[in-house]
Design a protein around this ligand. Structure first.
Ligand code: C5P
Length: 406
């Protein structure tokens, strides 16, 4: 069965007889473990009741900017950010025209303008309406803007005519939704990934650690699996479940992480160092618990190996990606780190700010490489990870491997 574990699908339903099929689509998406938020236009409610779609999706259907009955309902910008994919099914000729012209005169069209998520439309209309040059021009404009056109099918229509304009069947829309999250762009490529913090023992009960939760690294591991890569994840101590398909190796200290990376590095095409490795470790580890019988104690710390720099310095390094968590002068410091460590790419993020960074569910990244950069805006770490994997893949094929199959 197709799995959409936790993916957030914003299903837009517009006015047309095919709206009744949205019920089956919601059911299939939910069965694949997706979260579904239905947003209906007013015309859609003439064809199918919000209650039907609410019951099947398990969420209150949204129609208006603000729901006066629900103070907790999230605002339109948050809803636009919530979505991993906006799927409009069925998409009427009117809605496609409004989307093509960037109108924002109802909730659904506004969400489409405000989102950074991919948008797919599944047109459903009378065949003459579909073939009309106005609809075709809108259609081309939408596709030129990167909006995905799923369908329409040709065949018998509700109005009795035969021709193009039937909405794709819900099972086909489900398959396309699943494919949207499984790009296969890294099929045949092996990725070694470090994640989480390291813990450097002081005595049998204490350690030096940091605030890394491992969320970004684990989200990356999952996005890499979705991209078709073989993923080995070397993780410090975190409270996260391993994404399906990922081989996980647990470590505690930087030295253990270094050793495990050395064991697996030869087999990988891409190395991503997402771990927040402790820069120093106690020079000696007390064999017994240190007692608090002195007013002051001093710890002598020794530098830990820089795992990423070591990998990048190999004779034939894989494509190397590092992270830089900075509290100020983000781009400048990250660029310096990229050059010093001689890595192919650095993903920099601000820590200590109100939004994003360690332990948070959201983050924003500035990705730097030789001669280029890209800003990945604030988003949930799962979504951000998918954008980062797409950026890494693009540079990986461009810089190291001119073709996907080389
Ligand atoms: O030097 P800094 O710790 O800021 O560099 C961060 C990047 O280097 C991250 O990608 C991190 O995983 C990696 N790193 C490492 N080994 C270390 C320290 C950092 O691999 N000892």
């Amino acid at each position: 069965m197709l799995k959409l574990d936790g993916k957030r699908i914003l299903l837009g339903v517009t006015g047309g007889i095919a709206a009744y099929k949205a019920a089956e689509l919601v059911r299939l998406l939910r069965k694949s473990n997706a979260q579904v938020q239905v947003v209906m236009t007013h015309a859609a409610t003439e064809f199918i009741t919000p209650l039907t779609l609410q019951t099947l999706s398990g969420r209150a259907v949204r129609q208006d900017f603000f729901d006066p009955n629900d103070e907790a309902s999230i605002g339109h910008i948050d809803l636009a950010r919530w979505a991993d994919l906006i799927l409009i099914a069925p998409a009427s000729a009117d809605f496609m025209a409004r989307l093509a012209h960037g109108l924002a005169n109802d909730l659904l069209s506004t969400l489409c303008l405000a989102t950074t998520a991919p948008i797919a439309v599944a047109p459903a209309m009378n065949q003459q309406m579909w073939l009309n040059p106005a609809t075709q021009a809108n259609n081309q404009q939408l596709q030129a803007r990167g909006i995905k056109l799923w369908g329409p099918d040709a065949g018998e229509q509700a109005c009795g005519e035969v021709g193009p304009g039937r909405m794709l069947e819900p099972s086909e829309l489900l398959a396309r939704t699943a494919k949207q999250f499984s790009s296969q762009i890294l099929t045949g490529q092996s990725v070694l990934l470090t994640a989480g913090p390291t813990q450097e023992p002081i005595d049998p009960v204490r350690f030096i650690g940091n605030r890394s939760s491992g969320k970004m690294g684990f989200a990356l591991a999952r996005a890499l699996i979705e991209a078709g890569a073989k993923v080995c994840l070397i993780s410090g101590p975190v409270a996260l479940t391993t994404p399906a398909g990922v081989t996980r190796i647990n470590v505690d200290t930087a030295a253990e992480m270094q050793q495990k990376v050395a064991e697996h590095i030869d087999k990988c095409h891409i190395f991503i160092a997402c771990a927040a490795v402790a820069d120093y470790r106690p020079q000696t580890i007390a064999t017994q618990k240190i007692k608090k019988n002195q007013a002051e104690i001093a710890l002598t710390l020794t530098r830990n190996p820089d795992i990423l720099a070591e990998v990048a310095a190999r004779d034939t390094p894989p494509f190397t990606v590092g992270f830089a968590a900075e509290t100020e002068r983000l781009t400048e410091q990250a660029e310096e780190k990229r050059r010093l460590k001689r890595v192919d790419m650095i993903a920099a993020n601000l820590v200590g700010a109100e939004q994003g960074g360690f332990e948070k569910d959201e983050n924003a990244l500035t990705v730097l490489w030789e001669g280029g950069s890209k800003n990945l805006p604030m988003a949930r770490k799962e979504k951000l990870a998918r954008s980062l994997v797409a950026t890494i893949t693009e540079r990986y094929y461009a810089e190291k491997h001119p073709t996907k199959d080389s």
